[in-house]
Design a protein around this ligand. Structure first.
Ligand code: PEP
Ligand code: MN
Length: 351
């Protein structure tokens, strides 16, 4: 149940609503709904108690939401949420435009970033990706450039106007990553790092929440609840493949989960065909399938020297492959009633 309070409710009025709930033994946590405080409970209440609450002066409305979801539920918020990213809402995810985000897995150097950024701009991406803090399976693998990587990423934003998304792996880095980027990424390995979710949510920046590689759709949505109950409405989900028995692809892309998540939640859902398949020749077909399945966008690895890449080179598309893919994507996106988002023109400067 969600009890949405009036924006101008007084402390006393809120306390009396809380007393009604306490009187019925209903524990609540407070969250924020579009800037107004809400009292959220795991429990639902009988209709008579809901009616009593609705007549309390502090209460705007009471919404009984079936199941475990609350703020992420389509029952609570039937319309699709649109998440604006970048200065002036340069990119909107979840609206009529299908959004393509692209860039290298990791930020490696200024020259690498400039080449990759030029390639993704030429291929029609509207947002740039690149990891500065990398959560690597092995401690001996390249761990990312850290803060220096954030600066190199932000340089490319300055040069092109593309909003940037980058991963944050630990709560203590949320502030600096939020300062240098337009959207925080929480990776598959951290989907249930609840302290990180709280901190990332509280930053107020849009968050790209990847599905845990062994997470159910319900667990994924509950992780999004952690972000949303901090008052952050800018949450975008990303299906990036789940672990299965089959090693012929890096992970198993679960496109049914995309359609199912879109049914259960108003939040946008995008797909990562690169990390899920791990193979460039599968990125194209899975991108087209994701668009047809109702995804709101894609996040694709692009590297101009995949053989020399410090992270995930084998799955990256070249600039030419990326441009060929977006050309094939446009008619599929149009067939499902959308258009491919295009970059607001800004000429490329050198850095
Ligand atoms: C990434 O996008 O760079 C990444 C590490 O993805 P995931 O968390 O899905 O493995
Ligand atoms: Mn990667």
């Amino acid at each position: 149940m969600i009890v949405v309070l009036h924006r101008h409710a007084t402390r006393e009025q809120v306390d009396s609503a809380l007393e009604i709930l306490a009187g019925h033994g209903v524990p609540v946590v407070s969250g924020t709904v579009r800037g107004a405080v809400a009292l959220i409970s795991e429990q639902d209440v009988p209709a008579a108690v809901a009616a009593e609450l609705e007549s309390a002066p502090a209460v705007e409305r009471v919404v009984v939401v079936p199941g475990v979801q609350r703020l992420t539920s389509r029952v609570f918020s039937p319309e699709d949420t649109r998440v604006a990213v970048g200065a002036g809402g340069a990119v909107v995810i979840g609206g009529p435009e299908f959004v393509v985000i692209a860039g290298p897995c990791a930020v490696e150097s200024r020259a690498q970033m400039q080449a990759a950024t030029d390639a993704v701009v030429a291929g029609g991406a509207v947002m740039l990706r690149g990891g500065a803090f990398k959560p690597r399976t092995s401690p001996y693998s390249f761990q990312g450039l850290g803060l220096a990587g954030l600066t190199l990423l932000a340089e490319q934003r300055g040069r092109t106007g593309l909003p940037v998304v980058t991963e944050v792996v630990t709560p203590k880095d949320v502030e600096s990553v939020a300062e240098e980027s337009d959207m925080l990424q929480v990776g598959t390995r951290n989907m249930q790092n609840f302290e990180l979710l709280r901190e990332a949510g509280a930053s107020g920046k849009p968050v790209l929440l990847k599905r845990g590689m062994s997470a159910t759709v319900e667990e994924w949505l509950l992780a999004a609840e952690y972000l949303m109950h901090t008052g952050n409405g800018g949450v975008v989900l990303c299906e990036r493949g789940i672990r299965s028995y089959d090693r012929s692809t890096r992970f198993t892309l679960d496109l049914a989960a995309v359609a199912e998540a879109k049914r259960r939640t108003h939040l946008p859902v995008i797909v990562d065909p690169s990390h899920s398949t791990g193979q460039p020749h599968l990125v194209g077909p899975m991108s087209l399938a994701a668009a047809a399945a109702g995804a709101d966008g894609l996040i694709i690895d692009v590297h101009t020297d995949a053989a020399g890449a410090l992270c995930d080179g084998p799955q990256a598309l070249t600039g030419e492959q990326f441009a060929a893919l977006t050309a094939r994507l446009a008619p599929v996106v149009e067939a499902v009633g959308r258009t491919l988002a295009t970059r607001r023109t800004q000429s490329l400067a050198s850095v």
